[in-house]
Design a binder for this molecule. Structure first.
Ligand code: 6PG
Length: 252
């Protein structure tokens, strides 16, 4: 990492997820009060964000986020139908979407099951452009993006050594992941780096070694290190297990 990353260590995944939920609540409130009518959010899949989604759908959070002003997009998706157990959309729908009153048109599913993956990504980019009202030749600027990190340092579906890591033009694209012998659809680094606020949610002892390398090791080794918003903030919300190998100076 070039400058000192903003790392917050939480005793548990529960506390980490509550902090993430309150961050979204505050940014979304400010966003809509700040004259903007729409707050644009991009969610990752996997397991870690599930608790955040459940918290956002909880009674405690009821009424605290104006979901009618929030547009929810997906950072990435597996090439499976939405009812497949691996579907990121399926996780977000079960944990969050079916429990909140959010207009259908505010939910933007990335159709991993579309037979033409390039077309699916082209259509999704158009949906992003229309919703975020992206000026010509500019990158879409999401108000908030939640990312995870795998033990190999991947984020979104940008895995080490995969083609999409080099993408400089497309906003969303298919990405074949050799080691998993599967294709994923993913937002690309320029989109993630155009965001206003990026929060990594990282929990579990299996990520401690990689997290230390990502945050304190030489730059440019892991995809997660390449997320450095040009005009935005990146924060790392990590639990004690994932933070085990971080130096005291970094633990904030
Ligand atoms: C996905 C995610 C992916 C995820 C990491 C961490 O589609 O799986 O977008 O990038 O964030 O793999 O996953 P966990 O949170 O399950 O550890």
């Amino acid at each position: 990492m070039t400058n000192k990353p903003a790392v917050k260590v939480f005793p548990t995944l529960q506390e980490l997820s509550w902090a993430a939920a309150h961050r979204l609540e505050n940014l979304a409130r400010f966003g809509s009060l700040g004259g903007k009518k729409v707050f644009t959010l991009a969610l990752s899949g996997g397991n870690t964000p599930r608790l955040l989604c459940q918290i956002l759908a909880s009674d405690t959070m009821a009424g605290r986020i104006r979901w009618d002003r929030v547009h929810i997009f997906q950072v990435d998706e597996r090439t499976v139908p939405p009812d497949h157990p691996d579907s990121n959309y399926g996780m977000i729908r079960e944990a969050l979407l079916k429990h909140i009153s959010i207009p259908e048109e505010n939910i933007h599913r990335l159709p991993g099951d579309h037979p033409d993956r390039d077309e699916a990504c082209r259509q999704y980019a158009l949906e992003i452009s229309r919703t975020l009202k992206v000026p010509e030749h500019e990158w879409p600027r999401f108000d908030m993006v939640f990312l995870g990190m795998g033990p190999d340092g991947h984020t979104a579906s940008l895995f080490p050594g995969t083609e999409a890591l080099q993408e400089k033009a497309l906003w969303v694209r298919p990405n074949f992941v050799e080691k998993m012998q599967t294709c994923r659809l993913t937002m690309t680094l320029p989109v993630l780096n155009a965001a206003a606020d990026v929060v990594f949610l990282v929990a579990g002892a299996d990520k401690a070694e990689t997290l230390q390398q990502v945050l304190e090791g030489p730059p440019g080794k892991f995809p997660a290190q390449l997320v450095q918003p040009t005009n935005g903030q990146v924060s790392w919300f990590v639990d004690e297990w994932a933070a085990k190998k971080l130096s005291p100076a970094l633990r904030g």
